[in-house]
Design a protein around this ligand. Structure first.
Ligand SMILES: *Cc1c(COP(=O)(O)O)cnc(C)c1O
Length: 389
């Protein structure tokens, strides 16, 4: 099948809007010239609302993990004690980065599919009084859970001096976060999820307190030294050559977000989440995550009457509908639908309609049309709520 027909619904990479594709397709410029300075000066302040901060948002070249690693090397020194919430593959990655950089890691292991309790973070912090930082994942993409990171940050700040570091790779641009209000010290993200760009850019925002720690930190670091990104940003520069085409695209992404309004962007993600979950319930598909813990950007299903991998294969081969499978021990047990970034309710109706055909083929028991009808109902309900508030 023509790959330009693919319906990409993985939780990253995600589709890129046509106007962003066009914006990226521009002649190359010099990264030390005035054009690049103008571009970075235009982009940088417009990123701040996405992080809910008045601090600089730094632009790194690399995938999301480069920003996770940047947070670790800039915030900590070898031997530091840290707490990492591990509720899925990405919490596990954060813990592994911390271990690689010789930190003493206390993992809070949470059942995959569940959100961490604020109380558990609090009691762990009380048990390890020397904790220098708490690492959290905002949306745990491997399960589709959104963790209450703002609430956790507020609690951590009440009882300790520990830094709060948040992986927002699959949430920033789709779910609201406010660093300044909650006291979160680091939020990092990447370009290929809710930010509507191809992979290759990463972002990091650091609080005032976070900067004090970063400035005093004598751990050796070079490419990921956030001090150099901050110093150069003042001049409208990055320390090393940035992926300029992605910066052209980013400028257009920010135009699109401005046009729609961030509040509406977040509502759109809530709408897609609500439609998707209601449809799956009506189709007798077990959702992995409870209503309160479910992320607006990705939904996981744990089927019990067929193999998740069979559904994924049929969706891909017959309709070009690309869904994600499970990660680590959930491999083969779940399928995951990404609904973030350049995605809207009309696409939810499309993938639910397709999945109904495949579920029939798989012999799964449900009433034809029930999924689409539930998604339509949810649309009407949620749109009404949004208009009323
Ligand atoms: C995708 C993702 C990452 C890492 O992404 P890469 O860009 O592949 O390095 C990290 N954390 C979360 C929560 C993610 O969803």
């Amino acid at each position: 099948m023509n790959r330009e027909w693919d319906l990409l619904h993985t939780p990253g990479p995600t589709p890129v809007p046509p106007s962003v594709e066009r914006a990226m397709n521009q002649p190359m410029i010099g990264h030390r010239g005035q054009k690049c300075k103008d571009l970075l000066k235009e982009i940088a302040p417009r990123l701040k609302p996405l992080f809910g901060t008045s601090e600089d948002v730094l632009i790194l070249s690399g995938s999301g993990t480069s920003a996770l690693e940047a947070a670790v090397v800039n915030a900590t020194r070898p031997g530091d004690e840290v707490i990492v919430v591990v509720a899925g593959a990405f919490g596990d990655r954060f813990a592994k980065i911390c271990e690689t950089y010789e930190l003493k890691v206390h993992r809070i292991e949470v059942e995959w599919g569940e959100a961490v309790d604020v109380e558990r973070v609090e009691s762990t912090l009380q048990a390890f009084e020397n904790t220098k930082a708490v690492f959290l994942t905002h949306c745990e993409t491997s399960t589709g859970v959104i963790h209450p990171v703002e609430e956790i940050a507020l609690r951590v700040k009440e009882i300790s001096q520990a830094l709060v570091v948040v992986d927002g790779v699959s949430s920033i641009g789709g779910v609201e976060i406010n660093m300044d209000r909650s006291g979160i010290d680091f939020v990092v993200t990447g370009s290929q999820k809710a930010m509507m760009l191809p992979p290759g850019l990463a972002f990091a925002a650091v609080s005032k307190y976070g900067w004090e720690v970063v400035e005093q930190n004598d751990r050796p670091r070079f490419y990921l030294d956030l001090r150099s990104y901050r110093n150069r940003l003042g001049e409208g520069q990055t320390p090393f050559t940035p992926p300029l085409s992605l910066l052209f695209g980013l400028s257009e992404v920010l135009n699109l977000l401005d046009e729609e309004g961030l509040k509406n962007v977040y509502h759109r993600h809530q709408l897609m989440k609500g439609m998707t979950r209601e449809a799956f319930k009506a189709l007798n598909l077990p959702l992995l995550v409870s209503e309160e813990a479910a992320s607006a950007t990705v939904t996981s299903v744990k089927p019990n009457t067929f193999q998740a991998e069979d559904l994924r294969k049929m969706a891909r081969e017959e309709f070009g509908l690309i869904l994600a499978g499970g990660q680590k021990h959930m491999k083969g047990q779940v399928f995951r639908v990404g609904h973030m970034g350049y995605c809207r309710s009309s696409q939810v109706l499309q993938y639910i309609g397709i999945l109904e055909i495949i579920l029939k083929r798989l012999g799964h028991d449900f009433t034809s049309g029930a999924g689409v009808a539930a998604a339509q109902e949810a649309y009407l309900e949620i749109i009404k709520e949004v208009q009323e508030c």
